[in-house]
Design a protein. Sequence first.
Length: 126
Amino acid sequence: GKTEMSDRQNFIEAYIECAFWADAEGEDFTGDEMPSDELMERLRADAGAFFDANEADILAEGACSYTGCSPAAYAGHDFWLTRNGHGAGFWDGDWRQPEADRLDAAAKAFGSFDLIAGDDGLIYGM
C-alpha cells in the first residue's frame, strides 16, 4: 500500500493546486505571476497542519465517495474551497457524516486566506 507520507503529500499538493486554480485567476492576475517563497511556505504549513490534525477523518475507510482522485487529494481540494467559502467543499455530499461536519468545522477554523498579486510579479497570501 501507499505510505502515510504519500497521502500527506497528495493532500498538500492538491491543496496548493486548488488555491491557484480557484483563486489565482481573474482580474488581479495576468497568469504570468509566480508564487512567492513565503506563500508556498504558508500553503504547505497550513495544509500540513490540517492534514495532521484531521488525518483520521480524511483517511477513514469509506468517508469519501468521490472517485476522481485519492481521498487525500480530494480533501486537500476541499480544504481550500471550504476555508475560503467557495460554493463547494466538505459539506456538499462527497463526504459522509460525521466526518463531513468535523472536516468542515476544522477547515473553517483556519479562516479564509486570499492570494494577492504583488507589484514584483509574485503572488502573496493574506
